[in-house]
Each structure stands twice: as structure tokens, then as C-alpha cells.
Design a protein around this ligand. Sequence first.
Ligand code: PEP
Ligand code: MG
Length: 399
Amino acid sequence: MKILDIRIREREDSRGAPTIVVFVTTKGGAGEASIPSGKSTGMREAKTLAPKDAVNAGAQIAAALAGHDFSNNRALDKTLIALDGTPLKKNLGGNVMLGVSLAFARVRAAAEGKALWEILRAEYFPDLAATPIPRIFANLVNGGVHAKSNLSLQEYLVVAKPYLSVSDVIAGLKKLYAILGKMLAEKFPSASVGIGDEGGYVADFRDDREPLEILTKLLRVSHSDDSWFLGLDAAASTFFKNGSYRLGNETLTAAELATRYASYAKTVPLLKTIEDPFAEDSLDDFAAFQKAHPELRLIGDDLTVSNAAAITAATARGAIKGVIVKPNQAGTVTETCDAITAATAHGLDVIVSHRSGETPDPFLVHFAKAGNVYGVKIGAPIAHRLPRYEELVRIYDTC
Ligand code: PEP
Ligand code: MG
């Protein structure tokens, strides 16, 4: 498909921060993609260019690629990666490159009369057949850098079991969210309960353990299925300062933080997964904790930055049992799908994730379906988080 033009426009994300929409025009039609942005970003993830620089990078890519014909995404992405020439996509920006790559995949999908996920499946996961419904990781309490509160840990997630239809799961999650709102309004002065970046509640909790206790109670009172469980995303790099972890008012070593997580898991048996429990350079601490606590599943995010080689290295150390995949950490469609393939081959639970600053573009759900992944992490079922819930219904439910 011959590229004719690439244009970039600035738009706001759900935090009101500037991000970009990328438009690709080819001889066979046009496509677009809006790119989200993270706040707790890994230092090894693809770099994001500010909109002004992104517009220039888009013009540079347009000048280099106009008139060039690409028959698939891998060929386009290879050219983009070579044109950028840096490991972290500093020149062209992971946001710009992903936008071009995704918009191009959408052009191909439209030209073939297919959904985006079908195009991705055909190119990157041709051996897959079934399309099981993924687990939804719903962030119901926000802390860390996603909220103004005393919580150091970033996300308290309810992990829903897939039922026969996505609509049923979402109805269950919406019910839980409403009950939790009532519980918090009874416990705290209602004017003090707010909403964080990913739609979860923000309140003046006693400490980082309390939301886990409240969510346990929530799952019990709501009679949700036994296989619904709880997860944490500590995003520990955000509270790692000068070699120690600042958890609330405490300053902890990695070993003391590990003891704290173990104590959470002991008193909150529904807690099954912990994402980024330690800082992004602490592979040894991940490995030691995962070995000592096989009952918990550690998940890499900033540790592995959706990079196939980093995922393989972490798995070789026995450091994780699951991995977050964020397309804009990788920076192209090909690298995102290669990360899913590598993680799946290593037997990891793959969870495709949104970013804390989102747009209405629900593309991540298509990566999830293309790769038959274990889960999707998409925030609480309200407001600017809904487009990805709605897309799940659209592409998984048959009626
Ligand atoms: C995360 O850390 O998993 C996350 C979604 O946050 P952000 O987008 O801010 O990196
Ligand atoms: Mg994370």
C-alpha cells in the first residue's frame, strides 16, 4: 500500500495534557490513531515527543516514506525503526511511530473490510484460532502519581473472571464500583472522596493496606464469583528515592518492602498479583521475591517496557509470571506484537494495558484479541475509560 501523506494534530488526553492524533493517507485509503500517554513511565520505554516536535517528526517521516509501498506492517515498522536510528526512538518519538504504524494497520484493515484485530492476527499471530474473553483488570482505587492522596501504591485492581459475555462482566464491575462508592461515602466525608486519573476512587485511607481490606469486603458483600481476585500495581519506581522506598511516612529497604507485600498477601488472601513491586532496575529483588512467594504472580511493567528482549531476560531470571504490554512503550505495532509473542512463548500472563492519560481510541483491545491475551488493564468502568470497555463488547460479544 503506497503512502501518500502523514499528518499530525495535537489533541488533549483525559488529563487535559497535550497528545497527538496521527493521520496516514495511502493510495488505498486513509487511517488515523490517537496516542495515549503515561505518567509513571519506565526509563527504558520509547520516548514521547511533545506535539510540536511530533509534528516535525511526522513531516520528516512523510518526506522519507511518501511514494513508498508497504505490503505489511513489519516492513513499514522496520523502515520507521531504521529512520529513527535510536534504541529508545528519541528522534522520531515512540508516540509518532506508533501512530503512523497503527494508522497504517487501520488503512489495511479498512481496505480488506476487516477489523483491526483481524489484520493484526493474520500478520503476527497466524496460528491462533480461538478468541477467549480476557480477564478485565479494573483499577478501582487510585493512588501514587495518579491521585492526590497519601497512598504511595498506584493502583488497586479488581480482576474479573471472564463470563460468557463481556457485557455480563462489565455489569458486574459497574455494580462493584457503585457499591464501593457507597462504602467510601459512609466511611469518609463524601466531599473528600474523589476520582483519580484512571477513574478509580481517591480517599484519605489510613495507609496503603486499607484499600486492600476494603476491596476484600467489597468482593465478599457483592457475592462476586470466587475467582474474582485483587491485584496491585505498586509502580515502585515512583516512590524509590535515593536507594530507599518511601511508603507513606516510612522509608523502607527492598527487603522491608518485600516483607510488607508478604504481610499484605497473608492478611488479604484475595491479593494474587503485584505489578512493579520494586523499582525498574531491581531485577534481583523481583527474582528473590518471586522465588520466595510462588503463590503471588509478579507482573513486569516498567521493568520490561513491552520489549521482547527485556521480557525474555526477566523470565530467564524467574523474576515475573506476567507482563504488561503497552503499545506506546514499544513504539510500533510490530514490536508490540513481538512482545506479546515472546511473553506468550515464555508462559507469562500477558496483560495489554491502557495509559493513565487516555484518548477515546480503543486500539489496545484489538491487540488483546489478536494475541489471545490473558487480560486487559483498562481502569474503572466510567467516563474516559469507557471506550475500551465498549470496544470489548463490540468485538467479543456476539449479540
Ligand atoms: C501503569 O503504570 O501501569 C500505568 C497505566 O500508568 P502510566 O500510564 O502512568 O504509566
Ligand atoms: Mg504499571
